[in-house]
Design a protein around this ligand. Structure first.
Ligand SMILES: Nc1ncnc2c1ncn2[C@@H]1O[C@H](COP(=O)(O)OP(=O)(O)OP(=O)(O)O)[C@@H](O)[C@H]1O
Ligand SMILES: [Mg+2]
Length: 269
């Protein structure tokens, strides 16, 4: 298992009066943790942290070590010139797929760019199967897919790079409620079958509960609480964590009225 350490990460966007301290010197050690939840409200710095782990944002201070080696020193391939070991599934699958490339080529490109040694057509079929898509999807284009199917293609493309860590930014928030559960099951399955570590960024604590062994809670660029998911949820120490837990919307059973309501007069005219 790969070890990822983010040490003293500080990120400031902009300068002077307009400077925003998105991360204020945080530490994360991703060792022995199969699945880490990064929770916090909007603007707390979650996506910034994901981008730092991916090498898309260079921190003003601090560094990211992968198996003890600075991220910058790792071999990089392809246009994005990022490390293959950390891959990301973005929040919005529509904008992360190329509309002109079919599903099979999207996955195959990731294999080619990263020089993965394999029987390519066979690997594309395996990955499609792994994410629960039929082989026939290989010739489909993004506009022919549902939101959930696009998300599955994005996951297959990320897995094609043979990462050690998969970072998912709000993996369910762009999806219909009816397929959110299936997406969580799929992520748990690929984590186990591909022997991956999973970092899940979300404001939805139910997602953390479903997928993550450990959790860090971010508030305004600082980690205010960390620990095992069970411990943090059962006995939150920080008032902010309690607020976040209380804010999880829950579906309440609304008794359905058998009495039809009269139509408004305006509709009857
Ligand atoms: N490129 C940027 N330039 C300037 N400020 C930025 C930039 N990206 C993010 N920020 C600011 O940094 C802070 C943290 O942003 P970030 O996107 O990491 O939050 P987040 O926790 O992912 O929020 P959300 O849940 O809404 O996605 C915010 O105040 C945001 O306005
Ligand atoms: Mg974000």
């Amino acid at each position: 298992m790969t070890r990822i350490e983010a040490l003293g990460i500080k990120v400031t966007y902009g300068y002077g009066r307009h400077a925003v301290d998105a991360l204020k010197g945080i530490d994360i050690d991703f060792d022995d943790v199969r699945s880490l939840g990064i929770a916090g409200e909007s603007g707390s710095g979650k996506s910034t942290l994901a981008k730092v782990l991916l090498g898309m944002v260079t921190p003003n201070e601090g560094r990211v070590l992968i198996d003890g080696r600075p991220m910058e020193s790792l071999p990089k391939k392809g246009a994005g010139s990022r490390s293959r070991q950390v891959q990301m599934v973005f929040q919005d699958p529509t904008s992360s797929l190329n509309p002109r490339t079919n599903v099979g080529s999207t996955i195959a490109e990731a294999i080619i760019v990263n020089d993965i040694d394999c029987d390519r057509p066979k690997e594309v079929r395996r990955l499609l199967g792994l994410v629960g898509l039929d082989e026939a999807f290989a010739v489909r284009y993004p506009y022919q897919l549902s939101g959930g199917q696009k998300q599955r293609v994005a996951i297959a493309r990320a897995l094609a790079c043979r990462p050690s860590v998969l970072v998912c930014d709000e993996p369910t928030s762009a999806l219909d409620v009816s397929v959110q559960g299936a997406m969580l099951e799929l992520l748990a399955k690929v984590r186990d079958e591909e022997n991956l570590a999973l970092a899940v960024i979300t404001h939805n604590l139910d997602v953390v509960r479903a997928l993550c062994d450990d959790v860090v809670v971010l508030n305004a660029g600082d980690i205010v609480e960390r620990g095992s998911t069970a411990a943090v949820f059962d006995n939150p120490q920080h008032p902010y964590t309690r607020t976040l837990l209380d804010a999880v919307p829950r579906l309440r059973y609304q008794p359905f009225s058998a009495q039809p309501r009269p139509l408004p007069d305006a509709l009857l005219k």
